[in-house]
Design a protein around this ligand. Structure first.
Ligand SMILES: *[C@@H]1O[C@H](CO)[C@@H](O)[C@H](O)[C@H]1NC(C)=O
Ligand SMILES: *[C@@H]1O[C@H](CO)[C@@H](O)[C@H](O)[C@H]1NC(C)=O
Length: 314
């Protein structure tokens, strides 16, 4: 009878199929964000260094390869694909002890991988009045326009990667940080003319209807889910083709939230395997890859560094 139990557990809780890569404990390396190329290779950004690295999960062993080190800054955050194989990256100075960015340090760059490596890298715009640029996504109907969450100011910036023009496109109290936790809006994705977002300080997952051509808000914030009480904060997320968000949650959990707000625990809490998950992205390139959710973690200084994990969602 007891032999049946592992089968039931496996059905209820999908297991992580693999650890793609683990950084050694020292120096401490905190992975902040991930994007996936159409060929299945992963692009990674870091709170602890101003770099974007590439990891090919098909290689054994998978080894991180430096794509670019952004001068004059000490972190990278959001990363999103604008046109095929061109990625916009947020770089700036960020302190993990205060959850504050540094005024005057933030900029948006593009990494063009169409000609292979080395990549062609360009600065699109410096945004001196940004204070804590975090998650990034594109407008699906105008993908040269990148939307970026400013976690410290509680606003969404719009950056036109073809002209460098930028502006604050959404200002809403639902995006704000709190006086005690300075990290408000965090991950953002657009699905069917709504901007879906996590707010770490307000412990919410919510959406706001937007103008598909500009990203401007055309409706109020609708809260879809709230973080269970015993957890610390929602972080960034991946969105599947049905609009389900696969949301990382500190300290060590992963949730799935539907467009109607049904929230289910996918994995965790598990501090050993999923130590401070920060973001997630689906694999690309084959049906098997599209089943894989890559989850990146920050780890904890003195305990473990960041990891790239792969979870089979099919
Ligand atoms: C990055 O620079 C800011 C000051 O601009 C500092 O507060 C922060 O600790 C630095 N972060 C790292 C990881 O060195
Ligand atoms: C950001 O950090 C870099 C590297 O530590 C430093 O050279 C630069 O002056 C900092 N920028 C600001 C605006 O503080």
């Amino acid at each position: 009878m007891w032999a049946i139990i592992p089968v039931i557990v496996a059905l209820l809780a999908p297991v992580f199929v693999s650890t793609v890569f683990s950084y050694p404990q020292t120096p401490f390396i905190d992975i902040e964000n991930i994007a996936v190329r159409s060929n299945g290779q992963l692009l990674l950004n870091y709170i602890t260094s101003p770099t974007t690295y590439l990891i090919d999960p098909a290689r054994s062993p998978a080894v991180p390869e430096l794509i670019y080190s952004f001068p004059g800054t000490n972190s990278t955050a959001g990363i999103t694909e604008t046109i095929p194989d061109v990625f916009a990256v947020v770089a700036g100075n960020y302190s993990t002890s205060t959850f504050q960015g540094t005024w005057g340090s933030f900029a948006v760059w593009t990494i063009d991988l169409r000609g292979g490596l080395p990549a062609t890298v360009k600065k699109v715009a410096s945004i001196p009045d940004a204070h804590g640029l975090d998650g990034a996504t594109v407008l699906p109907s105008a993908p040269h326009i990148v939307l970026i969450a400013d976690s410290s100011l509680g606003v969404i910036w719009s950056v036109d990667t073809s002209t460098g023009a930028y502006s604050q496109i959404i200002q809403e109290s639902g995006l704000d940080p709190s006086s005690t936790f300075l990290l408000g809006v965090n991950g953002i994705k657009v699905y069917q003319d709504n901007l879906y977002f996590t707010n770490s300080a307000q412990r919410t997952y919510a959406r706001i209807q937007i103008d598909p051509a500009t990203g401007a808000a055309i409706g109020p914030v609708t809260i879809l889910a709230t973080l269970p009480e015993d957890l610390t904060a929602y972080d960034d997320f991946a969105m599947d083709s049905a609009g389900n968000a696969w949301v990382t949650a500190h300290d060590s959990s992963l949730y799935k939230i539907s467009t109607s707000g049904d929230q289910t625990l996918v994995y965790g809490p598990d501090a050993a395997l999923l130590n401070e998950p920060t973001s997630a992205a689906f694999g690309r390139g084959s049906p098997a890859q599209e089943c894989l959710l890559y989850v990146v973690t920050a780890g904890s200084a003195g305990e473990s560094s960041g990891q790239v994990l792969a979870l089979n969602t099919c």
